[in-house]
Design a protein around this ligand. Structure first.
Ligand code: AMP
Ligand code: GLY
Length: 422
């Protein structure tokens, strides 16, 4: 029997841990640092996700059989490099391979080298040159900080004033710190966004059904961007043919490109796509599962997650082992009042048990904690209420009925998850 360690603290990591715990091969799942939702076979370990030394000590001490990276900051901090050097099996890209997410300039250059369809662009370290180029392109134009910026480093500028403001904020005022030393200026793309995910073992890849997330805080895609307010899978208008094209024209060349730079990619590669009719272009690559996308994938996955992640980490991924249930999975995120701005913490949460007693409902905790025996809010995105259904409508009805049973002061959720048509 295997002991597994999952690294991260969000709903994504709870969903991965929940699915891993169902494997007949798994006896224990530790989550570092986890949140208030760990229970049963799943147990928290109070180690931060970038604390390489403590994570390594813990994995050695407990003879962990497989470690799974949830949170990209762990890859960037070098957790995978350290575990690999110590001959500990780990699912997730090393620091160099994770550059496909952590540096947008690297990612764009890789797409260009590998002829992966993406928006026309240039990278700049000089703010005046960036301004000149941005002003020479059709409007709106998109200006992106190179490094990680918690999803806030992308500005769509509709006129010259907004271009100047974006460059000033990112490159001069350094709103995102050194993430803004370099910017990518790229053309604006029209279409519908979809999240694609592929498991990768360094060379082989298995693509998942498409999903969509809902980034803005309010219904109708209004208000500021968040980490994601809900998701569903599969997206019916993303056809099998399109998925095959994404695997062949995006995922495979990306793996080749990363390997050419000396760091074969092991883990989940998640290209964000803009799809316009039959054409698609890559907006960005992420080097991890999406959140809340992981929550819906873990509900719909029919296979043994331990087996397939272990195969990825061993370089022996077999597409025949990855299968999906019929129907649809949805996740509705319940957030703290004020999120994605300032929000209170420590608000008591009720109703989760009742919600989970409903048919086909699993509630994955994100920003929760247990204080004096009471479950309380501890983050912006607090819970993911997930449901399965034979149809998308059925899954949504179940999820929203369950959300209504949950309560904390000022809780906020979108009421239109899954309602965007193609
Ligand atoms: P990124 O972090 O690069 O995926 O960008 C965040 C969000 O900004 C995307 O999910 C899109 O909604 C939007 N975005 C980024 N690049 C473009 C683009 N070239 N054209 C239109 N929208 C974009
Ligand atoms: N759902 C968006 C992300 O995980 O980046």
């Amino acid at each position: 029997m295997a002991d597994v360690l999952v690294i991260g603290s969000g709903g994504r990591e709870q969903a991965l841990a929940w699915k891993l715990a169902q494997s007949p091969s798994v006896s224990k799942v530790y989550v570092a640092p986890g949140n208030g939702g760990s229970r049963g076979k799943v147990e928290n370990v109070a180690i931060g996700f970038t604390d390489v030394v403590k994570l390594l000590d813990f994995a050695r001490e407990k003879a962990i059989d497989l470690t799974v990276i949830g949170q990209e900051a762990a890859s960037e901090a070098g957790v995978v490099d350290a575990f690999s050097a110590a001959n500990l099996k780990i699912f997730g890209p090393n620091k160099a391979a994770a550059s496909i997410e952590t540096s947008k300039a690297f990612s764009k250059d890789l797409m260009s080298e590998q002829n992966i369809p993406t928006a026309e662009y240039k990278n700049f370290t000089d703010s005046e040159a960036a301004r000149r180029y941005a002003k020479s392109r059709p409007l709106p134009v998109v200006i992106k900080a190179d490094g990680l910026a918690t999803g806030k480093g992308v500005i769509i500028a509709g006129n010259e004033t907004e271009i100047d403001q974006a460059i000033d904020d990112i490159m001069i005022k350094k709103t995102f710190g050194s993430s803004g030393d370099t910017v990518v200026v790229e053309d604006f793309l029209k279409g519908q966004e979809a999240s694609l995910h592929a498991l990768c073992d360094g060379h082989n890849s298995v693509i998942f059904p498409a999903s969509q997330d809902y980034k803005q805080i309010f219904d109708g895609d209004k208000g500021p961007n968040t980490g994601g307010m809900g998701a569903f899978t599969p997206v019916e208008w993303v056809t099998k043919d399109l998925l095959d094209r994404v695997n062949n024209d995006v995922v495979q060349p990306a793996l080749q490109g990363v390997a050419n730079h000396g760091a074969p990619f092991t883990g989940c590669l998640y290209p964000g796509l803009m799809i316009d009719g039959d054409n698609f272009k890559v907006l960005e690559f992420n080097a991890r599962f999406g959140d809340p996308e992981a929550e819906v994938y873990m509900r719909l996955l029919d296979s043994d997650l331990y087996e397939i992640l272990n195969d990825c980490a061993s370089g022996t991924l077999d597409h025949k082992k990855v299968s999906w249930k019929a129907g649809f999975a949805v996740s509705v995120v319940v957030a703290s009042p004020g999120y994605p701005g300032e929000y209170p913490k420590g608000l008591p949460i009720t109703g989760i048990e009742e919600a989970e007693s409903q048919n086909d409902i699993v509630v994955f905790h994100a920003g929760t904690d247990i204080k004096d025996g009471q479950l309380v809010t501890a983050g912006g995105r607090v819970l993911n209420v997930t449901a399965l259904g034979a149809t998308l409508d059925e899954a949504l009805e179940k999820a929203y009925a369950a959300v209504k049973l949950i309560n904390f002061e000022g809780m906020h959720y979108r009421t239109d998850i899954g309602r965007r048509s193609s």
